[in-house]
Design a protein around this ligand. Sequence first.
Ligand code: AMP
Length: 191
Amino acid sequence: MLNIIICGAPGSGKGTQSDLIVEKYTLKHLSTGDLLRKEIAEKSELGKTAESYISQGNLVPDAMIIDILSKHVENQAEDSNGIILDGFPRTVAQAEALEVMMKKLDKEISVLIDLKVDENELIDRLVARGQTSGRTDDNLETIKKRLDVYHCQTEPVNEFYKNLNRYNAINGMGTIDEIFERISTVIDSKR
Ligand code: AMP
């Protein structure tokens, strides 16, 4: 079983690298951002609530996202070798809830990959993505807010996994292939 967390600031390439990891290692991809955007597209009650947080660059409340994620973690397909969590946990409370969830299922997080990208590069990437993504949160004002939220609320999660000896920082600058190569080396060393 290979259960991976991929994290990093908004624009660090989590989604792009997750797609490559999923294909190479046959994992189930769980992106909390994608799950929320699906709810928004379906105009569900949950989606409406989530949108009010997302469009402001804020995190949705812990209880809401933990509830959504736990259902998907429990329903993991039999034919995958594990899961990759992309965009979760984003707070220490979520990390603690994830530990409880995994213990209940008699599983554990194998490794956390933290993609490190310079702040100016992050902003450039997100502004460029905003021109085609149609995402309400890919505009300069909201991008800056998301980066602040990342530093205040999400970065402390790294300490949590450092204490569990699962933390691996990866240089997230360079080509997609170069970064994937670095990630694969770390994953292969944990198998
Ligand atoms: P992402 O696609 O991962 O950049 O997520 C887009 C937005 O969805 C974030 O800026 C948050 O508002 C919300 N979101 C995604 N994952 C989480 C999470 N684990 N906890 C709280 N909010 C989240």
